[in-house]
Design a protein around this ligand. Structure first.
Ligand code: ADP
Ligand code: ZN
Length: 768
């Protein structure tokens, strides 16, 4: 076979749906491969692109047969960057997520890693068609050191408490055996490892990783964004040492590049990181672990809007790898797949060492005043209906009374986020030398500020949200665009100077703690307090070492931590996610509450969890309080059935945004008209999104529901192509809110600001 092919099909990192063709100059003939990054001339300037395929001139599209093609200028770098398997994955992503292939490839291999660092292993000869790492000598043979199985405990790589040998319990044994059997057979199965919090899932991941390495297979270990600063990453490092590369977007560019190339050369055989680590060039991939598979942070919010879990599953399918999806609270999609036999369902039903689950007590906030803690956000639900706020139901399916103890909030101060019961339990916990975690998924001090004289509410001028008062910095701030208002002395409406602050954020809880427990040392962990690199890890270490008694924070504190001295967990407002106008709101609430409840009582002493709630009878509160996944799952499945919400059917959003609201609406309506009557497709909307304006962009959406993914994909490609004048895609990389060339769909001639961006969001995790 003659490998010299004179024409290269190349994808550029811009919002072009179509690849371009270039001729292959003599000096590259025979050397150029699909997956090479190459330098190209484009409109008189140099640019870089990825080679998708090589072809003979007679296989070109007919309209190009007579055109004289420009030559590729050179390789950049010498090494092939994208393996054949990852090229396949990129093609699938481009199609499934309706994104330009060039932008997908730019996501797979970001510019910052594209060149080998100095001192990297020598360039690798790549045999076409062979997996990239096949020709690479292992940098280090995997050794299975006797006694190397250590519990994570609170030990860290830098030497904390001494690790102790660990004996798997029966459920862990069985889980490991099933996974290892599939690895050994290269069966390519997907396991849903559903284990209650504290059931020892991490140890199962680590043993499976061990087994893969022992067979010479590479491992991808994915954790949610939020878990990066936490213990699990350290445990992987402690166990597998220098075979591990950490790869994620929070690294400095140099570190990221180093990690990428350590994977590429085979020096690192385990790559651990957030979403984007799924693209790491690990050769001979045998195992992909996805911890907390239900986490919404696995979905990327910009083009390409891929889901990290689902894309990893596709990579595993292409490369024949085994997948372990782990969670205490699986997504409805994954659990449904397990029920349908698509995944193997593996259960860890008990906490390790027979430790009891934490006891949950509800504090009924309704007996207090209605001001304050966000009663407005409770109850009510998007289109799927079914949840009613308010009065205690008498019996009925929702009733949790009798199953979980309920305490009245009594004579509480409505401006105080801590009810007397919670404050008292905190005091007792600290008195016995234990630690506590407090959870409130809202940062800042108060979430709304209103002039008492004229009623003016401070809102963001660019977004359809109220500004949050940050007392520590003395500002009002928008949590979506960061718009900041410094002058809080007078009302812009009437000049008034008296303001009402309502709604709780973490800073307000912090202030309350210093009143109730002036001696307590409190760590506040939220977006504002962890912006500086390394601060989150430092806080975790400080809390671990007992330098504080209370860890207070947003969802950052809800997940993944294993602090054996925590015996009390308090949830300031358990209802917050429930009222979101999103069909996944209840799922999110259940997951968060279950996860946070799982933080208590992980050591020898049993734990207590307190949910402060206005909805003590709500079935989600009850299911989370009892840590009863099936109870939640079966009911939620039924509630989603009438409209065919996932997992029953497939769902996608077509997103329309622009600065001219009328143009946005026209474009959305036109698209609805186009798609109306498509066989197998149900349309909801068009409607404004719940966050109807962000950063000056008006936002509308059209929701598509279909029985099968193919109908959905085709409809989306048509919509996006119509919306962008023939090109699928989103904004050009690096240009916030910018538009791709040719993205002028919906523009009214002579009218500026009428441009509307049309994007697809397939399998959205947020409808907001
Ligand atoms: P999960 O991720 O399921 O919530 P973890 O993996 O964090 O649980 O495990 C909880 C704790 O139990 C950790 O400290 C871990 O080291 C410990 N552990 C795991 N397996 C065992 C075992 N078989 N025996 C004793 N301790 C264990
Ligand atoms: Zn804003």
């Amino acid at each position: 076979m003659n490998l010299v092919a004179p024409i290269a099909e190349v994808a550029l990192p811009v919002a072009l749906a179509r690849p371009l063709y270039y001729s292959v100059p003599e000096h590259l003939a025979g050397r150029l491969r699909p997956g090479h990054r190459v330098r190209l001339p484009l409109r008189g300037r140099g640019t870089a692109g990825f080679v998708l395929s090589l072809r003979r001139p007679e296989n070109l599209p007919p309209e190009l047969a007579t055109v004289s093609l420009k030559p590729i200028q050179g390789l950049d770098p010498e090494e092939v960057l994208v393996s054949p398997a990852l090229l396949k994955l990129a093609a699938w992503m481009a199609r499934y997520y309706v994104a330009p292939i060039g932008m997908v490839l730019e996501t797979l291999v970001p510019r910052s890693v594209a060149r080998p660092p100095r001192g990297a292993a020598p360039a690798i000869e790549v045999v076409p068609g062979a997996p990239v790492a096949a020709a690479v000598p292992r940098a280090r043979e995997t050794e299975v050191v006797p006694g190397a199985h250590w519990a994570g405990g609170t030990a860290d790589a830098q030497g904390g408490a001494a690790p102790h040998p660990l004996v798997l319990n029966a459920a862990q044994e069985e889980a490991v055996a099933r996974i290892v059997a599939d690895l050994a057979a290269r069966g390519g199965a997907t396991f849903l490892l559903q284990g209650v919090t504290g059931s020892g899932k991490t140890e199962v991941y680590l043993r499976a990783t061990d087994a893969a390495l022992a067979r010479g297979l590479g491992v991808l270990f994915l954790v949610p964004e939020i878990a990066l600063g936490t213990q699990i990453v350290r445990w992987v490092r402690a166990r597998f040492g220098d075979q591990v590369a950490e790869y994620h977007s929070q690294l400095k560019p140099g570190e990221r590049r180093g990690a990428w190339w350590r994977a590429r050369t085979g020096a690192a055989r385990v790559v651990v990181g957030a979403r984007s680590a799924l693209f790491a060039p690990v050769g001979d991939l045998g195992l992909i672990v996805i911890d907390e598979e239900h986490e919404p942070s696995y979905k990327q919010a910009e083009t390409p809007r891929y889901h990290g879990r689902d894309t990893a599953l596709m990579r595993a399918r292409i490369e024949g790898a085994t997948v372990v999806l782990g969670s205490a609270t699986p997504s409805l999609e994954s659990r449904h797949n397990a029920d349908r036999g698509k995944y193997q369902h593996v259960l860890l039903p008990e906490r390790v060492d027979g430790r009891p689950r934490a006891r949950v007590t509800l504090v009924d906030l309704r007996s207090g005043s209605i001001d304050g803690g966000g009663s407005g956000s409770a109850g009510g639900r998007g289109a799927s209906g079914g949840i009613v706020d308010g009065a205690r139901s008498s019996g009925g399916a929702a009733g949790s009374a009798g199953e979980l103890p309920i305490v009245s909030a009594g004579d509480r101060d409505p401006t105080d986020p801590l009810t007397p019961y919670l404050a008292e339990r905190l005091r007792q916990t600290l008195a016995t030398g234990d630690q506590a975690i407090l959870f409130l998924n809202r940062r800042g001090f108060s979430t709304s500020v209103q002039c008492r004289a004229c009623g003016h509410v401070f809102e963001c001028p660019r977004c359809s949200v109220t500004l949050t008062h940050h007392r520590t910095e003395k500002v009002l701030r928008c949590h979506y665009c960061n718009h900041t208002l410094r002058d809080l002395t007078t009302c812009p409406g009437c000049g008034g100077t008296d303001f009402a602050f309502s709604g709780f954020g973490t800073q307000r809880v912090e202030a309350a703690l210093s009143r109730h427990l002036p001696q307590a040392r409190v760590l506040r962990m939220d977006f504002d307090s962890t912006r500086k690199r390394g601060t989150m890890a430092a806080m975790v270490a400080a809390f671990e070492h007992g330098e504080a008694e209370i860890l207070l924070g947003t969802q950052m504190v809800a997940k993944g931590f294993d602090f054996p001295r925590v015996t009390l967990v308090g949830v300031i407002n358990a209802d917050r996610e429930m009222g979101l106008p999103d069909f996944r709101g209840q799922e999110r609430a259940f997951q968060l509450l279950t996860q946070v409840a799982g933080r208590a009582g992980r050591g020898r002493k049993p734990g207590e969890v307190i949910f402060q709630t206005y909805l003590p009878d709500h079935h989600v509160i009850a299911a989370a309080g009892l840590q009863d996944f099936d109870r939640f799952y079966l009911r939620e499945l039924e509630e989603r059935r009438p409209l065919g919400y996932p997992p029953h059917r497939r769902l996608a959003n077509v997103l329309f945004d622009g600065t001219d609201e009328a143009a946005v609406i026209r474009r959305a309506q036109a698209e609805a008209d186009h798609l109306a009557g498509t066989a197998g497709l149900v349309l909801l909307g068009p409607a404004p999104m719940p966050l109807s304006r962000l950063k000056d962009q008006y936002r509308w959406h059209l929701t598509l529901i279909a029985q099968n993914a193919r109908v959905l994909t085709e409809a989306l490609h048509e919509s996006v192509a119509r919306g962008t004048g023939g090109q699928a895609g989103g904004p050009v990389r690096g240009q916030a809110g910018g538009r791709a060339p040719g993205q002028t769909g919906g523009r009214v001639p002579g009218q500026t600001g009428g441009r509307v961006r049309v994007q697809a969001d397939v399998d959205p995790v947020s409808m907001l």
